[in-house]
Design a protein around this ligand. Structure first.
Ligand SMILES: Cc1cc2nc3c(=O)[nH]c(=O)nc-3n(C[C@H](O)[C@H](O)[C@H](O)COP(=O)(O)O)c2cc1C
Length: 303
């Protein structure tokens, strides 16, 4: 019997596979298709203090080996997420989940994280300082070490639960941002968010997305994500939730060898709602094939 279990900042996970924020709704929607209790955990859709309608449509553009999204943090606001949405999820899922918090000011991050910290059922607080689809917030905090430090420190002060800062790949040196988050008191790091991109419609000769630009994710970004997980693992030695293009059990093993303790799966769920289930079911066979007894034992093993 192979051992799939891992531990993220003291939280035991049956396996490292977690649906990524924004690509799995609030989780309970997927309980119609399979028993979601097989998942290691679930990252909730990105949440802000106030309800947000998100960007104008179209906000999805297909690409070879991936997609662009410019959803723009559509959500009903922190109180509805931690109230109604989490309550619906708890009816069908019994493990600790990951809150994903976004903001347009340090104060908003702090407010939302403090609420998440007091909410039963939230195990980890993932702080998104890397959303490329909103103006004056999101990614602007995660592309400079000073502001990444400032947000981390502010949420650290109000959180007893583990804080994972979610990093942007749209930077020259991701290790510099990772180090700033560690200085600010982060318990771990989530990476990567989407890569800024765009597409044009040849008929209209204009951008496909109403927002003009969007975030690229899916298999196309896997090698970039893997490289960043590798570099950040060497640079800061904090636990890492690795993501970006993961769509198979082999990808999970590769991410963990590069340094991830757990792995999130985003775009793959949009193509195939059973993606996480199929990955979890195939993991033991892939581990056996490559002579791996325990996933815990391979974290950072390629270094
Ligand atoms: C439609 C969509 C919505 C997303 N919304 C969020 C979000 O609200 N918060 C966040 O931190 N990341 C969000 N992401 C980014 C993913 O969580 C993930 O970091 C990224 O897509 C890379 O993983 P993937 O290649 O497996 O999709 C979103 C991604 C997609 C495709």
């Amino acid at each position: 019997m192979v051992d799939l279990s891992v531990e993220l900042s003291g939280i035991a996970l049956d396996n490292p596979v977690i649906p990524a924020s924004g690509a799995f709704g609030y989780g309970y929607e997927f309980a119609e298709w399979y028993d979601i209790n097989i998942l290691g955990s679930i990252a909730l859709k990105g949440t802000t203090r106030e309800p947000r309608f998100g960007n104008d449509t179209p906000r999805i553009a297909e690409c070879a080996c991936g997609l662009l999204n410019s959803v723009g943090l559509q959500n009903p606001g922190i109180e509805a997420v931690l109230g109604q949405e989490l309550a619906k999820l708890k009816r069908v899922y019994s493990k600790p989940v990951i809150a994903n918090i976004s903001g347009f000011s340090v104060e908003e991050y702090r407010y939302c994280c403090a609420l998440a910290d007091r909410t039963e059922g939230i195990g980890i607080i993932e702080v998104n300082i890397s959303c490329p689809n909103v103006h004056d917030g999101g990614m602007s905090f995660g592309t400079k070490p000073e502001s990444a430090y400032e947000v981390t420190k502010a949420v650290r002060e109000v959180c007893g639960k583990p804080v994972y800062m979610k990093l942007s790949p749209n930077v020259a040196d991701i290790c510099e941002i990772a180090a700033a988050c560690r200085e600010g008191g982060a318990d771990g790091l989530s990476l990567i968010n989407t890569l800024m991109g765009m597409r044009l419609d040849l008929k209209t000769k204009k951008p496909v997305l109403a927002n003009k630009t969007g975030g690229l994710s899916g298999p196309a970004v896997f090698p970039v994500a893997l490289r960043m997980v590798w570099q950040v693992y060497e640079a800061v030695r904090l636990p890492i939730i690795g993501m970006g293009g993961v769509s198979s059990a082999e990808d999970v093993v590769e991410m963990m060898l590069a340094g991830a303790t757990a792995v999130q799966v985003g775009a793959a769920n949009l193509k195939n709602p059973y993606a996480c289930k199929e990955i979890i079911e195939r993991l033991p066979k892939v581990m056996e094939k490559y002579g791996i007894d325990s996933l815990k034992g391979i974290i950072g093993g390629a270094h």
